[in-house]
Design a protein around this ligand. Structure first.
Ligand SMILES: [Zn+2]
Length: 359
């Protein structure tokens, strides 16, 4: 009996190790989506303002009338992730998340998320190849990960942020249409070129999302990065209703992604989904503060949020003892993969304290 017990324990340990050895991470960012919308839902004053919303009746019905406004806006985040995983950053309830860089816009934010450190030298969104090594690049050089790292992004600056050339990480970004390997990808590519283009540097998220889903099904990468962009672009243009629609659509993307992962033998039960944002948006007294972000003109646009769901992640955790930093995301991803984050960069932010067992 005792021998069997020991054997069973050894076998379950072996199973746990095998699971850790095959663990996967999908990291997703929603560009510039404020914690205020994530945790409070639509803001009445903005949703009722004719300057910001054309179809106020539809916006009211979809986002203001429901009793639970936050769940009306982001049902997957609140009904699934916040219950089965962690959702941090609700400042109304004593939780806190932020970027630690001093710029509060995209390239500095994504660099911080992906490298685990703010870089004070990054002070613009210019597509300058990143001198820093991202966690994607590092993983792409580790045994068991080479060729199993991929990125899908709506913004076309990511090949520079991830330094696609040096890192060898494939970055499907902006309007670049990857060589179609399936008839669905060929159709996506056709539709992408046939769809009206409204931003010079950002494609619609529907393409990013579907290219990513298709590659997940086919290539089974172990570390995937997906960056959606519409929540930022519609906000910059002052379209509050379209920004809310983008948030809800992206929440649907997350649900579709999570459902597909759970149904896939390569991912089900061994994949951690991390979702966050590269910056907040203004929340000061000036009218229109919500539209933009940046340290100089838009107060509090360093305030963000972070969500994580996956095996070993605490269920229902809504705050961390210290304010959670974007610089902790890289180490959190590596910890979820069962790797030593200090081997990546001992000066990176430590993993978020969100795992059941101390790792
Ligand atoms: Zn922006």
């Amino acid at each position: 009996m005792r021998i069997l017990g020991v054997l069973a324990a050894a076998m379950s340990l072996a199973a746990a190790n095998a699971a850790a050895a095959d663990s996967r991470v999908v990291l997703v960012t929603l560009d510039g989506l404020r914690w205020q919308e994530v945790f409070r839902g639509a803001e009445t004053a903005l949703a009722e303002d004719p300057t910001y919303v054309e179809d106020r009746k539809a916006v009211k019905a979809a986002y203001l009338d429901p009793t639970d406004r936050k769940a009306a806006l982001m049902p997957f985040l609140h009904e699934v992730v916040a219950k089965q995983g962690v959702l941090i950053g609700d400042r109304d309830n004593g939780s806190c998340a932020r970027v630690t860089n001093d710029q509060w816009f995209s390239y500095p934010g994504y660099n911080e998320i992906l490298t685990g450190r703010p870089d004070p030298a990054i002070r613009s969104n210019d597509p300058t190849p990143n001198a820093n090594v991202t966690v994607l690049e590092w993983l792409n050089r580790q045994p068991g990960f080479k060729g199993k790292v991929a990125a899908f992004t709506s913004w076309n600056v990511f090949p520079a942020i991830i330094n696609a050339e040096r890192s060898g990480v494939p970055v499907d970004a902006g309007m670049t249409t990857p060589k179609a390997r399936t008839s669905f990808e060929a159709a996506l590519g056709r539709m992408q070129t046939q769809t009206p283009r409204i931003w010079a540097t950002v494609r619609f998220d529907v393409f990013t999302h579907n290219y990513a889903l298709e590659a997940l099904k086919r290539d089974k990468p172990r570390m995937v990065y997906i960056s959606y962009g519409e929540t930022d672009d519609f906000a910059h243009e002052g379209h509050y209703g379209l920004t809310l629609d983008a948030a809800r659509r992206t929440d649907g993307f997350l649900r579709e992604l999570w459902t597909a992962l759970q149904a896939d033998k390569a991912y089900g039960g061994k994949t951690t989904l991390i979702v966050t944002t590269d910056h907040g948006r203004g929340a000061g007294d000036k009218k229109g503060d919500w539209k933009s972000h940046g340290k100089v003109l838009w107060p509090r646009s360093d305030e963000t949020w972070i969500a994580v769901i996956g095996p070993g992640v605490k269920a229902g955790l809504s705050k961390t003892p210290q304010c959670a930093g974007a610089d902790q995301v890289a180490a959190t991803a590596l910890t979820a993969l069962g790797l030593d984050w200090k081997a990546f960069d001992p000066t990176a932010g430590a993993p978020l304290p969100i795992f059941e067992d101390p790792r």
